[in-house]
Write a protein that binds this ligand. Structure first.
Ligand code: KG4
Ligand code: ZN
Length: 353
């Protein structure tokens, strides 16, 4: 089965084509255009601007994805329908204007090409990036159900228990700022660019993570919820204190504060996830969402598992598949094939799991 996946929930416009044979997936194309450069200048996303960029990119990205996957040219009226079996599209959660661009495009194509339409929850897409190989044709897929999933993106830091394909139970969630949001807001305080995660990770490479011991919010709490807004305030206070003494933030201070803040976020994410793995007796942990691209997060998980001799397997998508892309939406639809008539598909910006 060949699926076309369309993703436009935020600031990336992406179309991917994925083939499923048995349980294995293969990416035939995965084109991503991003409006990050515009948002970098503004220090964050302006939804109206993001939606306008989606409108600009969607057709060229679709054209390139189909051209690369199957030499299908949408601008050539002689080529009628592409050799795909279905269209998958993100219908939520996300920014309403951005979501509408992908959903309306997918509905039009479904009608025009007579292809089944599968609406996909964006968060499921992030999770199913773990089933996608990037370069090699076969990867070891997570099959040891139940698996524990740590979803860490711009809007989420959640822990889920997955009992089988499409069956997710939320065991902990985001109380205020999500992990990615914390990276983005702290980066802004430090004068680093948007998105903050990669910028902080880069600055932290030369920093001392023990420079300041920032609070580890909810670490000793019994729940599996996460809260990062207090950490952001603690970083703000520290910056004010330093500015008062030094008049400016020198690059080394930015690196040390980045390393210390990143360590606090990672410490909470890793320890609470491992505690949940023990409580729910799982053998596999899946990382997903943009923050799962963080090297230090991946390394810390592996180091603690090795050090404590835990019989736990850690899965994380290839880094380029951690952030928003169309292939992950096609992958989620491939394992949860549930087509709906195009008339019934609408956007749901507040969609949960
Ligand atoms: O999953 P995603 O692409 O979009 C959402 O669905 O939110 O995640 C974007 C988030 C941003 O907050 C960004 O700062 C963060 O993921 N991020 C990272 C890294 N790469 C992206 N955070 C930490 N380290 C990274 N390397
Ligand atoms: Zn996302």
């Amino acid at each position: 089965m060949i699926l076309l996946g369309i993703e436009t929930s935020c600031d990336e416009t992406s179309v991917g084509v994925v083939e499923k044979t048995g349980e294995q997936l293969k990416i035939l194309s995965n084109i991503v255009a991003t409006s990050i450069a515009i948002h970098s200048k503004n220090g964050g996303i302006i939804p109206e601007l993001a939606a306008r960029e989606q409108v600009k990119f969607i057709i060229p990205v679709l054209q390139q994805a189909l051209q690369e996957a199957c030499r299908f040219d949408i601008t050539n009226s002689a080529s009628q329908t592409p050799p795909i079996d279905a269209i998958a599209v993100t219908y939520g959660p996300g920014l309403i204007g951005s979501l509408l661009v992908g959903v309306e495009t997918a509905k039009t194509l479904s009608y025009l090409w007579h292809k089944p339409l599968v609406p996909v929850n964006h968060m499921y897409g992030h999770i199913y990036a773990n089933w996608l190989p990037e370069f090699s044709e076969q990867i070891k897929q997570p099959t040891n159900f139940p698996v524990l999933i740590l979803v860490v993106s711009g809007g989420h830091s959640d822990l889920l228990l997955m009992k089988k394909h499409g069956d997710f139970a939320v065991i902990g969630g985001t109380r205020d700022d999500a992990a990615g949001e914390a990276f983005d807001k702290i980066a802004r305080l430090l004068g680093l660019s948007y998105p903050g995660g990669p910028a902080i990770a880069q600055a932290a490479l030369n920093g001392n993570k023990k420079f300041i011991h920032f609070p580890r919010p909810l670490l000793s709490d019994d729940s599996f919820d996460f809260s990062f807004s207090g950490l952001k305030t603690a970083v703000y206070r520290e910056i004010e204190k330093i500015k008062h003494q030094e008049n400016e933030l020198f690059p080394q201070l930015i690196s040390d504060l980045s390393a210390s803040a990143q360590a606090a976020i990672i410490d909470v994410l890793v320890k609470k996830t491992l505690r949940a793995a023990e409580r729910y007796q799982v053998k596999s942990i899946l990382l997903s969402g943009g923050v799962a691209a963080n090297d230090s997060l991946r390394k810390t998980f592996s180091e603690i598992i090795d050090k404590q001799n835990l019989t736990l397997e850690i899965f994380a998508p290839q880094k380029s598949l951690c952030t928003d892309n169309g292939a992950m939406i096609a992958a989620a639809a491939a394992f949860n094939y549930n087509p709906q008539s195009w008339q019934e598909v609408t956007v749901d910006p507040q969609l949960y799991y």
